[in-house]
Design a protein around this ligand. Structure first.
Ligand code: TXA
Ligand code: MG
Length: 334
């Protein structure tokens, strides 16, 4: 098989997992399921393997990777950590929380884009955990999509975006959460910062830390120095222009242009129509998050001129959903 041949999807049998772990140890890339989104993994301690991630994704070298571990004992080899990190890890790992910490020298510079910090998380998807254990190495893995596009929540999405660039994809089913992990910078215990909202909410983190989270620093230009490079204003974007609304009117949508799609948060009253969609019938935030990226991809493939999308009401998971909607619309807060 050459690198240009289509990627193959492997079910998570013991034999396949052992095979994929060997491929990773040999410096190859494997697309892996996590509970958030699919990742494109390489041995995090192998700079040449990690360079392949940047090439396959078309990711700029100034955008660092998240390192995935399966045991807390691994954290101390990669990063310095104190009480705040210990408490957050104790409460939320394995799970969708990434901690930014001072890096140790074992982590290659390419992984952190030359930053003195490293982002680490312990995922909870059972197949990813088994693969990490079998592999015996921490795995660097950004989302398994071409740079700038919507993150993949199924192996079909991975195939659609990277199928010609990679050879190995581990099937783990549709991802549970559907949004990327929450990222918290805990390097300064007096000033913990929320760099990216996710399924572990701001309030949950503040409750464990016993203090308020600060916001991510603003980022003037796409190529500026990178305290929090994931916060590109335009990111996770479909190609179809997305227009955000605090509230969508079912009457307006019904009368609206058929070439434009209307994406409600909950099912609107009124008859079905080929350009009216909703994230979850009852407006449940968890289910809405789970469906968001898949639906954005579907709508992106339907040739609409524009997508009108309604922001999620409330706090908690709504903050993460709205963050992704804003970035998809090119209005990231950075
Ligand atoms: O849920 C997730 O986090 C998924 C799965 C695969 O684990 N991964 C993911 O990776 O979303 P990625 O690369 O698409 O987004 C990670 C973000 C990047 O945008 C990067 O800028 C930020 O984390 N990041 C990584 N290292 C960092 C660091 N040292 N300081 C600040 N931000 C960092
Ligand atoms: Mg990404």
């Amino acid at each position: 098989m050459t690198a240009r041949s289509p990627a193959r999807v492997y079910r998570g049998t013991p034999r396949n997992l052992a095979f994929l772990a060997r491929r990773l140890r040999a410096g190859e890339l494997v697309a892996v399921p996590t509970e958030t989104v699919y990742g494109l993994a390489a041995n995090a301690l192998d700079a040449r393997a990690c360079a392949k991630i940047f090439r396959a994704k078309g990711r700029p070298a100034n955008d660092p990777l998240i390192v995935h571990i399966h045991a807390l004992a691994q954290l101390g080899t990669l990063a310095e950590f104190g009480d705040a990190a210990r408490r957050l890890a104790g409460k939320f790992w394995p799970g969708p929380l990434t901690l930014v910490l001072p890096k140790k020298s074992i982590v290659p510079a390419i992984v952190t884009a030359g930053l003195p910090s490293v982002a680490v998380r312990m995922p909870r998807h059972p197949l990813m955990r088994r693969l990490l254990r079998l592999c015996g190495r921490p795995l660097a893995a950004p989302s398994a999509n071409p740079f700038g596009y919507v993150s993949p929540t199924t192996t079909e999405h991975v195939r659609a975006g990277l199928g010609k660039k990679i050879r190995f994809i581990l099937e783990g089913g549709p991802t549970d959460i559907g949004l990327e992990s929450t990222i918290v910078d805990v390097r300064d215990p007096r000033r913990p910062r929320l760099l990216r909202p996710g399924a572990i909410t701001r309030a949950q983190i503040e409750a464990v830390l016993g203090q308020k989270l600060h916001s991510a620093p603003a980022r003037a230009a796409a190529r500026a120095p990178l305290p929090a490079p994931g916060l590109l204003a335009r990111h996770y974007s479909p190609r179809t222009p997305l227009v955000l609304h605090k509230k969508l009117s079912p009457a307006l949508a019904a009368k609206g242009n058929a070439a434009e799609a209307w994406l409600f948060f909950a099912q609107p009253p009124g008859p079905a129509s080929r350009n009216i969609f909703w994230l979850d019938a009852r407006g449940d935030a968890r289910r809405a998050a789970h469906r968001l990226f898949g639906l954005l991809r579907t709508l992106d493939g339907r040739g609409f001129r524009k997508i009108h999308a309604e922001l999620a009401p409330g706090h908690g998971l709504a903050e993460a959903i709205n963050d992704r909607l804003r970035r998809a619309a090119g209005q990231g807060h950075a």
